[in-house]
Ligand binder design. Structure first.
Ligand code: ADP
Ligand code: ZN
Ligand code: ZN
Length: 846
C-alpha cells in the first residue's frame, strides 16, 4: 500500500488502538509508532501488533499507516501473527460502531478478532545472584517473604506473587522497590502463549513413483510393504491422516518411522480445522422452483447484488411464506459472483434445523458462529473466513464482525428481534450496523421479518428501505413429478377469548372452555398442540386476594416466582418454592399473608409447570413436555425436543417465548396462548409492539403444512389493538395504531433516545447521581437552546434492583435527525460519565 519514498527523512508510522481500555472505559488509547524496516513490506491496517506502552508491552490494532517525520516515536515491536488482520471493511465498520455507540474503538476491534488470542505481557520478578545469597534474617518481614519465595520457586509474575503472599498491591509494590534498590531482585516480563492455536495433525504421503523396487526392498518387512501398497492403491497420492493409515493397515509407529527413514513415505504435519459441522450430514437438497412472489423479490435484490451498488431491502413475509428460500437463492448468487455472504439470526433461532438447511445447500463453504462453540472452533471459523476458504458465515449478532474480505450480501433474519441489540458495551444494534455496510462498501443488505420493527417498516414506507412482500404462506405438496410444489395455504383462524367472561361464568381454571374443547379435539385426532406462556416458572406471583400484598425478593424487590419443587417433596404432593429471577434467591411460599394474615394468599397467573400439570389432570393420557429456560438445559436440548415432536412422541408442548421462534413443526394443529396480557402494560414504549410480534410469531407455529389448524388467545384485555391486529394477521392495522402512538409521543422513529442508567448500593446515592446528571443535561440543553431535546426522568428503573444494587435511569429524547457527532459532542461535554451505562437507541427501557 505504501509507496517507497524518495528522500527518506520520513518513516512509516502506524497509528495503533492499544487494548489498554476496558469496554466500560469511555476513552480511546490511540498512539503512533515507528514501523521497523523489516515490517514495512508486510504490515497493513488491521494487523494485530505488539507495541511498547508505558513500562509494558501491549497488543493493539493498526488503524492507519502513513509516512512522516518520526524521530520522537517509539518503535512498534512486532506483528502478533501475520494472519491476524482485520479486513478493511471490518475496520470501517468498527469505526462506525465506536462512533455511533460512544465506545472506545479498541473495545469494538476486540469483537473483530477471534476469541482466545488476547495476550498480555505481565511483569515478573526473580532473585539476583546477590539475592540468592543474602542473609534473609536481616530483612523486614514482607521483603523477607518475597525473597524467600522467589529463591524457592524461581521467577514469578506479580499476579502469582500476590496470590501466594496476600497483602495489598501498594504494600507489595513498596517491598519490590526496596528489594530492587538493593539489587536483590530484578524485574522481567513474560508473555503467556495464547489460549488457542491452530490444531495440527500428522499426515503421510507416498514418496516414490515406482512401487516395485520399494517392495523388493521391503521383502523382510511385510507390514511396511502392506502399508505402502495400501497407500499406492488409494491412487490420488494426496497426503492422508496418519491415523487413517494406521486404522486401515494396523501398522505400528516403529514401522511408520522406518518407512519414512527409507524415504518411501513423507511424514509431516498439517493444519486441520475444528469444524462443528463436520459430523452433520445434511440431507440432499434440491432448490424448489420459486413462486411468483419469491421470484420478484429475488430478482429485485439480485440486480443490486450484481451491480455491487449497495442496496437496503425489507423483505416482509409471514412465517412460512418462503423468505428463507429467497435468502438461500440470493446467497448462491452472491457466491457465484465471487462474493462472501453473511446471515445474522437471533441466537435462539440458530437451531440445528436452520443450520442444516444452509449446510444442505452450501456444505463446507459454510462457517457457523455462535456462543456454543469452543474458542478453537471459533478461531478456525475466523481463519477460514479470513482466508476466503469459507464463503458464508451464519451467526448471532456478533457475527456481524466476522472477517469477510469479499462481503457482498448480508441477510438479517427476524430483524425485529431485540436480541440484535447488545446488552453489554459496545451496545451496538447489529441490524442498524449491518445497514451501514451498504453505505460503507456497496454491500446488499436484506432485512427479513414477518413482523417488521416499527422503525424498519416506517423506513420502508418512506423509501429509505425498499419494501418487498411475500403475502402468502407456502404449503409444500408433492406433485406427480415427485417434486415439492408450492401451494398457497391459508393462515389459521385466531380466536380471542375474554377471560373475564369465563370468570363470570364460573370457570376459574387456567383454560377457557374453548381452549379445553380445542385441546380435546386435537388430541383425539392425534395432532399436536403448543401452549404458550410469556414467562417462565410455575405460577408467577404470590398475591393476597384480600390486601394485595405481593411476595418480593428482599434483595431485589422484584416479585418472586413460584416453582414446584418435586425434588424436596417426599410424598407425591409438590412443595412450592419461590425464586427471584434477578438474583436467584430462594424462599418458601407463605401460607398466610404477612401483611393482613389472610389465608387467601395464592399464586396469580400460571407458569409452564402449572399449565403442564393442568393438562395432565384434564388429559391423563396425553404426553406433555415443557419448554423453557429451566427445562431446556444441556447441549442441543432444542434439537432433541424438535426430534421428539417430529417423531410424534409428544402431544402437547407447554413453553415460553422460546417456542415462538424458529421452529418448523409441521404437525402442530393448535396453538393456545394462556395469557396474552403479560407484557402489555410494562412501562416500555415498545410493549405493544413486542406483544404483537410475539403473538403473531406464536400463532405462526400452527398449521405449517396442513389446513384446519387454529389459534386461541386468552386475555383480560380483548380490545387492545395489538391483540385485535394479531387476530386478523393484520400487520398494517397494527402499524397504523402503533405509528400514531409513536408520533404523538415523539418516540422512535420520530425521535431518538439515549438512555442513562446508574446502579448503586445506596438508593439515596443512586438518586443523587441521577439528579446531578439531569441538572447537567438541562443546563446543556438550555444553554444551547437545543430544539426538540427533552429529558424524561430521572426515575427508578422498572427493574429497580439487580444484584444488590439500586437502579435509576433517565431518557434523553432528541430529534430523529440528530447525528452521532451531535450526540458525541453532548456526551463529551457532560464530562466523564464514570459508572453510567449509556445506551444509544435502546431497544428496551426497563
Ligand atoms: P419462511 O422463511 O418465510 O418462514 P421458508 O422459506 O422456511 O419460509 O418456507 C416455508 C416452507 O416452504 C419450507 O418448508 C420451504 O422448504 C418451503 N418452500 C419455500 N419456498 C418454496 C417453493 N418455492 N416451492 C416449494 N416449497 C417451498
Ligand atoms: Zn393480605
Ligand atoms: Zn433477588
Amino acid at each position: 500500500m505504501v509507496a517507497p519514498s524518495v528522500a527518506d527523512t520520513t518513516a512509516l508510522v502506524a497509528d495503533v488502538a492499544v487494548r489498554a481500555a476496558s469496554p466500560a472505559c469511555q476513552r480511546d488509547y490511540i498512539f503512533s509508532y515507528r514501523v521497523p524496516e523489516h515490517l514495512c513490506p508486510v504490515i497493513t491496517a488491521g494487523h494485530l501488533v505488539w507495541v511498547p506502552f508505558r513500562q509494558q508491552q501491549m497488543q493493539g490494532v493498526v488503524i492507519g499507516l502513513h509516512r512522516r517525520q518520526a524521530t520522537a516515536l517509539r518503535d512498534l515491536i512486532d506483528l502478533v501473527d501475520p494472519e491476524l488482520s482485520i479486513p478493511p471493511l471490518g475496520l470501517a465498520l468498527a469505526h462506525w460502531v465506536a462512533r455511533a455507540y460512544y465506545t472506545p474503538l479498541a473495545a469494538v476491534l476486540d469483537l473483530c478478532l477471534p476469541p482466545g488470542i488476547v495476550q498480555q505481557a505481565v511483569t515478573t520478578w526473580r532473585a539476583t545472584s546477590n539475592g540468592l545469597n543474602y542473609e534473609l534474617g536481616s530483612l523486614p518481614e514482607r521483603e523477607r517473604s518475597i525473597l524467600f519465595y522467589l529463591r524457592r520457586y524461581g521467577e514469578q509474575s506479580e499476579v502469582e506473587l500476590r496470590a501466594a503472599l496476600r497483602g495489598s498491591d501498594a504494600d507489595l509494590r513498596t517491598a519490590y522497590r526496596a528489594l530492587a534498590e538493593r539489587g536483590l531482585i530484578a524485574r522481567g516480563m513474560r508473555i503467556d502463549p495464547p489460549r488457542v492455536r491452530p490444531r495440527l495433525e500428522r499426515v503421510v504421503q507416498l514418496a516414490v513413483a515406482d512401487l516395485a523396487p520399494a517392495l523388493a526392498m521391503l521383502r523382510r518387512a511385510p507390514r511396511q510393504a502392506a502399508a505402502l501398497r495400501w497407500l499406492a492403491e488409494r491412487g490420488d497420492r494426496q497426503p492422508i491422516a496418519l491415523a487413517e493409515l494406521r486404522d486401515a493397515t494396523g501398522i505400528d509407529m516403529v514401522s511408520v518411522r522406518a518407512l519414512a527413514r527409507r524415504g518411501l513415505i513423507a511424514l509431516f504435519e498439517r493444519e486441520v480445522y475444528r469444524d462443528p459441522l463436520a459430523t452433520l450430514t445434511p440431507p440432499p437438497d434440491t432448490p424448489p422452483p420459486l413462486t411468483a412472489a419469491q421470484r420478484e423479490a429475488y430478482e429485485t435484490i439480485v440486480s443490486t447484488l450484481e451491480a455491487g451498488s449497495g442496496g437496503q431491502f425489507l423483505l416482509h413475509g409471514i412465517t412460512g411464506s418462503g423468505k428463507t428460500e429467497v435468502y438461500l437463492r440470493l446467497i448462491a448468487r452472491a457466491l457465484r459472483l465471487g462474493r462472501q455472504a453473511l446471515v445474522l439470526a437471533p441466537e435462539i433461532a440458530l437451531t440445528a434445523q436452520l443450520v442444516r438447511r444452509f449446510a444442505a445447500r452450501f456444505g463446507n463453504q459454510l462457517a457457523v458462529l455462535h456462543s456454543g462453540l469452543s474458542d478453537g472452533e471459533r478461531y478456525d471459523a475466523w481463519r477460514r473466513l479470513r482466508r476466503g476458504e469459507a464463503r458464508l458465515a451464519i451467526g448471532a449478532r456478533s457475527a456481524l464482525f466476522a472477517p469477510l474480505p469479499e462481503l457482498g450480501l448480508v441477510i438479517v433474519d427476524e430483524e425485529h428481534e431485540p436480541s440484535y441489540k447488545s446488552d453489554a458495551a459496545p451496545r451496538f444494534h447489529a441490524r442498524d450496523a449491518a445497514l451501514q455496510l451498504a453505505e460503507l462498501a456497496g454491500v446488499t443488505v436484506v432485512l427479513g421479518s414477518a413482523t417488521p420493527s416499527v422503525e424498519s417498516f416506517y423506513a420502508a414506507r418512506n423509501g429509505h428501505l425498499r419494501l418487498l412482500q411475500l403475502p402468502e404462506r407456502i404449503g409444500g405438496q408433492i406433485g406427480a413429478d415427485g417434486l415439492v410444489h408450492a401451494r398457497p395455504l391459508p393462515l389459521p383462524p385466531v380466536r380471542i377469548v375474554d377471560m373475564r367472561r369465563e370468570l363470570q361464568q364460573g370457570n376459574n381454571s387456567i383454560f377457557s372452555a374453548a381452549l379445553q374443547q380445542a385441546l380435546a379435539q386435537t388430541l383425539e385426532r392425534g395432532q399436536q398442540a403448543l401452549l404458550f406462556l410469556n414467562r417462565r416458572g410455575a405460577a408467577s406471583f404470590v398475591f393476597c386476594r384480600d390486601c394485595g400484598y405481593v411476595a418480593r425478593c428482599e434483595r431485589c424487590v422484584a416479585p418472586l416466582t413460584v416453582h414446584y419443587d418435586h425434588a424436596t417433596a417426599a410424598a407425591s404432593e409438590p412443595v412450592n418454592v419461590l425464586i427471584c429471577h434477578s438474583c436467584g434467591q430462594r424462599a418458601a411460599a407463605p401460607v398466610i399473608c404477612p401483611q393482613c394474615l389472610s389465608r387467601r394468599i395464592r399464586a396469580l397467573g400460571a407458569g409452564t409447570q402449572r399449565v403442564a400439570e393442568a393438562v395432565r389432570e384434564l388429559f391423563p393420557q396425553a404426553r406433555v413436555a415443557r419448554w423453557d429456560r429451566d427445562s431446556a438445559t444441556g447441549k442441543d436440548a432444542h434439537g432433541k425436543l424438535l426430534e421428539a415432536m417430529l417423531a410424534r412422541q409428544i402431544d402437547v408442548v407447554v413453553g415460553t417465548q422460546m417456542i415462538a421462534k424458529g421452529l418448523d413443526l409441521p404437525l402442530v394443529a393448535l396453538v393456545g396462548v394462556i395469557l396474552a396480557d403479560t407484557g402489555l402494560y410494562l412501562p416500555d414504549f415498545r410493549s405493544g409492539e413486542r406483544t404483537f410480534q410475539l403473538l403473531t410469531q406464536v400463532a405462526g407455529r400452527a398449521g405449517r403444512r396442513s389446513e384446519g389448524a387454529q389459534v386461541i388467545i386468552q386475555t383480560y384485555q380483548p380490545d387492545h389493538y395489538a391483540l385485535q391486529a394479531a387476530r386478523e394477521h393484520d400487520y398494517q392495522g397494527f402499524f397504523r395504531e402503533e405509528i400514531a402512538f409513536r408520533r404523538a409521543l415523539a418516540y422512535p422513529p420520530f425521535g431518538r433516545l439515549i438512555r442513562f442508567v446508574i446502579a448503586n448500593t445506596s438508593e439515596a446515592g443512586c438518586r443523587k447521581q441521577a439528579e446531578r446528571l439531569a441538572s447537567d443535561l438541562h443546563r446543556y440543553i438550555s444553554e444551547r437552546d437545543l430544539a426538540g431535546w427533552r429529558l424524561i426522568g430521572p426515575a427508578p428503573a422498572f427493574f429497580r434492583r439487580q444484584r444488590d444494587r439500586w437502579r435509576w435511569h433517565l431518557l434523553l429524547r432528541v430529534p430523529a435527525d440528530t447525528t452521532h457527532r451531535e450526540i458525541t459532542v453532548a456526551l463529551d461535554a457532560l464530562g466523564p460519565l464514570t459508572g453510567w451505562v449509556i445506551d444509544i437507541d435502546p431497544v428496551q427501557v426497563l
